[in-house]
Design a protein around this ligand. Structure first.
Ligand SMILES: Cc1cc2nc3c(=O)[nH]c(=O)nc-3n(C[C@H](O)[C@H](O)[C@H](O)COP(=O)(O)O)c2cc1C
Length: 203
């Protein structure tokens, strides 16, 4: 059965543009997949902890050798990874914060990227293990970072996500952004993004 994982990271609540994009995506996806199931993770409402030394040590301790405290340390990451494995489509709502992803989304990535679980090292280099899934990155930014825009080189959101998702085996990623929320206005930025998303979904 089709299963969609929705990750929102905007702290802007009802005013969030990226949340409007992910909500629209879910509506379209549900219509196309009657009987499909949806899991949501809201990183603004329930942020994951930053990785500390004890958590990293627990990650690198074999599962059958972990103490009870170490099992607790790994539990959040295990849940994040289980959600990723269960999904065949993943949608990320991504506000641009200071030219990059929100720190809550970075923390989620740090819990998702685990050697032996979501990637592994081979003689030929690292291999991502989350294969066969589609990812949609629905971004919102105050300025315009679209192709050809003067600020395009300052967009560290898309290249970073492309690299880290690809590292985990998530190579089929569609990027759609509401560009110029602050300059063109939220409604204009949203309309442009909605049209580009519709095109991408029809392709
Ligand atoms: C903390 C913070 C940092 C931001 N940094 C940038 C930035 O570097 N470049 C930009 O174009 N817009 C920036 N913005 C504007 C947001 O990208 C814009 O408001 C966007 O709509 C956020 O997505 P959201 O509406 O889903 O929260 C920033 C906003 C906040 C709150």
């Amino acid at each position: 059965m089709a299963h969609l994982l929705v990750i929102d990271s905007s702290p802007a609540g009802e005013a969030s543009v990226s949340r409007r994009l992910t909500a629209g995506f879910v509506q379209t996806w549900r219509a196309a997949h009657p009987g499909g199931t949806v899991t949501r993770r809201d990183l603004a409402a329930a942020p994951l902890p930053h990785l500390d030394g004890d958590t990293i040590a627990a990650f690198f301790t074999p599962a059958d050798a972990r103490s009870a405290a170490q099992r607790d340390r790994v539990a959040a990451s295990d849940a994040v990874i289980a959600e990723l494995r269960a999904a065949d489509t993943i949608v990320l709502g991504v506000p641009m914060h200071n030219f990059g992803v929100p720190s809550t989304l970075k923390a989620w990535i740090d819990h998702a990227a685990r050697a032996g679980e979501t990637f592994r090292y081979t003689e030929a280099g690292p291999v991502g293990l989350l294969t066969g899934k589609k990812v949609f990155v629905l971004a919102a930014r105050g300025g315009d970072y679209g192709a050809g825009a003067p600020a395009a080189a300052m967009n560290f959101v898309d290249p970073y996500l492309k690299a880290v998702l690809g590292f985990l085996g998530l190579a089929d990623v569609t990027f759609v952004a509401a560009e110029g929320v602050a300059t063109a206005g939220a409604e204009t930025a949203l309309a442009g993004a909605a049209a580009r998303l519709e095109q991408a979904l029809a392709a």
